[in-house]
Design a protein around this ligand. Sequence first.
Ligand code: SAM
Length: 284
Amino acid sequence: MLAYRHAFHAGNHADVLKHLVLTRVLRYMGEKDKPYTLIDTHAGAGGYSVEGRYAQKKAEYSDGVARLYDRKDLPAPLADYMSLVRAFNPDGQLRQYPGSPALANFLLRETDRLRAYELHSTDHRILTSYLESRPNTQVSDRDGFSAIRAELPSPTRRAALLMDPSYEIKTDYAKVLAALREALERAADTVVMIWYPQLVLLESAQMVPRLKASADAMAKKGWLHARLTVAQPDANGFGMLGSGMLVVNPPFTLHDELAECLPLLVEKLGQYDGANFVLEQKTV
Ligand code: SAM
């Protein structure tokens, strides 16, 4: 039984970083005429009410997307992502937050394929009904890590993969690493986007070097790593300090786009003076 519900966290600083990166990758993939496949291994419910009981519990969105929603001075990539959040809120008030499948629904063309995996029965049901009328789409209630074998190589050849587990089970760290390796073995040019939480935890600290080493050995076009640190550890030395995205085979445009946005994200979303970002890449 899964305890994690993304509705508690929708629109927080981690979603902002993840969805900024996702929208840039999907915009880039959509520039070529040829269709592509997006595989979302841990898709969630699709969209979330920020006025609902879950999101209001800790109101994480108020320290995330809400700090950017009404701004007119955002760099173009952030303005583009925020325009999609606005499109998800027809009356203009920030009431709903689009998850990764909803952002994909905005950006994928009819000919692009979407494969969304979600294990939680309630979120799976909501997601299925949300994507019901989208062409070339399948929503599965199977384990998202099994998607690698089931979906790659894809019939479109061009493919992007978002791996965004909740890490509520520590074995997720090892599974993500194994899934990256399997994905690159099956299709070495897949654009793989991996989200991870920045925690005071050995598994979290070891994750990025291990992912980079696998990408170094197996990816066709290198990797990019972006991390946004917004908070300090709590009084017990724990808590989520921020989060990161490792993108394997990234679009060549992504580094400069994120360089334009990350300083502003530190300024607007940082919760202490030491808030900071990391942006690094290795090209092949
Ligand atoms: N990707 C979503 C977004 O950006 O809007 C958020 C996903 S949330 C961080 C992680 C989701 O993975 C949860 O909805 C959880 O129920 C689901 N989940 C956990 N383990 C899973 C697994 N092995 N396979 C598929 N889904 C899983």
